[in-house]
Design a protein around this ligand. Sequence first.
Ligand code: SAM
Length: 249
Amino acid sequence: MTATSPSDAQRLVIWHDLECGGYDMDLPLWRELSVIGDGPVLDVGAGTGRVSVDLAARGIAVTGLDMDEDLLAALRARAARLDLRIPTIAADARSFDAGPARYATIIVPMQTLQLLGGPEARAQFLRAAGAHLLPGGIVAAALADALEAFDEEHTEPPLPDMREIDGILYSSRPVAVREHALTVSIERIRETVDRTGKRTVDGDVIHLDRVTAAQVAQEGVVLGFTALPVRAIPATDEYVGSSVVMLRA
Ligand SMILES: C[S@@+](CC[C@H](N)C(=O)[O-])C[C@H]1O[C@@H](n2cnc3c(N)ncnc32)[C@H](O)[C@@H]1O
């Protein structure tokens, strides 16, 4: 990056990596499932490639799918720097069409399934995924275990994620988790301090669908999948644990 101000696309990538890039508790499971699948892997909601790059570095054939072309461009640049080949598909997970490509394992890390927007959206994704699986292939999707509601007034919030890049300090701090009827919202304050000391403060909110592993498993069964035992990704001091729904085609 040059000493000029980062573009909007560069900022998007920086915030994405600051907020998601340090997570690694799930990697052993995605590696295990990819090896068991013994065939091509599709990483849905691949972002800048946290999981795709890890798998490709282990010799696994992986394709990254995301609806955000700027994040995929960062994924491709990262892969190129490491001399890895990771094809990408810019598409909405709810309606993707990868042509004739078929995958042994379709993984959906880090609550991306909960970003899709409710049961009908999940069904659209599961239909699209089913159409791209090899016989006996598996869809594995991580869901956040119950997120504890908090806000700044009532509970000590977690520490911020911080990084300095090219003389600019970036800090992202979760300030509230709020439960709603159908979603849980996670509110963050994003702050930057530039080389001249100028400070900017913005809010960011994501909405995760409230859904359990048992519900997604049932939704999959209705669509013709076989539900396999749910796998667990343990919590850490910084991240909630996840339950991983496993559906066989
Ligand atoms: C929480 S991030 C996870 C990124 C990456 N998989 C990781 O674990 O670090 C969610 C990702 O899903 C993508 N995403 C959200 N909704 C999507 C959709 N409907 N179709 C495809 N990608 C989507 C976002 O652009 C983002 O990159």
